[in-house]
Design a protein around this ligand. Structure first.
Ligand SMILES: *Cc1c(COP(=O)(O)O)cnc(C)c1O
Length: 388
């Protein structure tokens, strides 16, 4: 791409930016303007809050994991219950926010990419409620592996396009969605699913997911009268983690800990590179291409990561640890048995690290674990893994 242009704004240290062709740059420039205009607009805020409350079911609880805490004998563990949101995960927060923005921009059609299907389902859900037609791009290979999620999206009224180009995976779905956006930007809004992509998407997604830490901070101060020692969240693209961290970034006493899968160790082993139009820590193969990863948690299977996480790591403000699939699988079962809460396999990575961390801390310490989603979707897979 010789037409690359780097946006002046949207950088987190050396990371982020916007490395995309000129025509797409213009479209995202419009999005940036609209976001800046509406993000603090009281009417927009009020509408966002309304749907978070009445449709998503916020605010969700900050549950004290009493049994798990007692069993470990260390820090107090609290769970931020994103699993209790409508559709069972944090993704809907961002979807609602971006659809409201799309409406303000006059869009009459929504498009989105999806890998395993979770963002596609959240988007299809909210588009049904807002009565906006939506098209979900999904790699052909992924549509075959996640046939039930394809059916869910169709049930919700979405059109699912199986992308056959490339390897038929998430990257190809993103390329197809960006192509659609360039062709149809007059009436179409591209609803991106994680804190990744070219500017302004990482900023937008953080803004809408920040409700997680806005609530948890208020809740922990009410319950404990002090801030937590640490906040732990799993990291795929990084949207639930950046939302869980946002209101603590300027609280230097609070440790921010991201847990990534050992099988997709972007933070641990990645190098700065451009992927999907932005710069971040990325795992590359010997040819300098993003390397396919494999995590048991489909939502964490991404060779890149949000630019702000890349920056929080290199600046030292946040710590990132790796958790193996086996450790996550164990944590999945431990939380189910001790608390009666089945966590998503993605969230189980955060739970697994919190279990390790709690035993190294004292009873006066507090850990908030962001429980990004519920595990009902993973029960079949775990059944197969445990019966192997
Ligand atoms: C998609 C997903 C994730 C990973 O995405 P992030 O953008 O890193 O938050 C984590 N947990 C659940 C339950 C998910 O559905």
């Amino acid at each position: 791409m010789s037409e690359q242009r780097v946006a002046e704004r949207g950088f987190y240290g050396e990371f982020g930016g916007s490395f995309i062709p000129e025509d797409l740059q213009k479209v995202l420039g419009r999005l940036d303007e609209a976001f800046e205009r509406y993000k603090d607009d009281p009417e927009f805020q009020e509408e966002f809050r309304y749907y978070l409350k009445e449709y998503v079911g916020r605010e969700n609880p900050l549950t004290f994991a009493q049994n798990l805490t007692q069993k470990l004998g260390g820090a107090k563990i609290y769970l931020k219950r994103e699993d209790l949101n409508h559709t069972g995960a944090h993704k809907i927060n961002n979807v609602i926010g971006q659809i409201l923005l799309a409406k303000r921009m006059g869009a009459t059609r929504i498009i989105a990419e999806t890998g395993a299907g979770q963002h596609g389902v959240a988007t299809a859900t909210a588009c049904a409620m807002f009565d906006i037609p939506c098209t979900i791009y999904m790699g052909k290979v992924d549509t075959e592996r996640q046939a039930l999620n394809v059916f869910r999206m169709e049930l919700l009224g979405a059109k699912v396009v199986a992308v056959e180009s490339g390897q038929g995976r998430l990257k190809d779905a993103v390329d197809a969605a960006l192509g659609d956006l360039v062709d149809n930007f007059q009436d179409t809004f591209y609803l991106l699913g994680s804190a990744v992509g070219p500017h302004p998407y990482p900023t937008i997604v953080k803004h809408f997911q920040a409700v997680i830490s806005e609530e948890s901070k208020r809740q922990i101060l009410e319950k404990e009268g002090k801030l937590p020692t640490a906040v732990v969240a799993c990291v795929g693209g990084g949207s639930n983690a950046i939302g869980a961290f946002a209101h603590y970034i300027d609280e230097p006493t609070v440790r921010l800990v991201g847990a990534e899968p050992k099988e997709a160790p972007t933070m641990a082993e990645g190098v700065p590179a451009v992927i999907h139009g932005f710069k971040c820590l990325t795992i590359l193969d010997e040819n300098g291409e993003p390397k396919p990863t494999y995590s048991i948690a489909a939502g964490l299977d991404y060779p890149g990561v949000g630019p702000e996480h890349s920056y929080l790591k290199t600046s030292g403000r946040a710590e990132y640890v790796t958790v193996t699939g086996d450790e996550a699988l164990e944590a999945f079962q431990v939380l189910s048995k001790t608390e009666g809460i089945i966590p998503a396999l993605e969230s189980s990575h955060a739970v697994a690290h919190a279990i390790k961390l709690a035993t190294t801390l004292s009873k006066d310490d507090i850990i908030i674990v962001n429980l990004s989603g519920r595990g009902d979707k993973d029960v079949n897979q775990v059944f197969d893994m445990l019966n192997k």
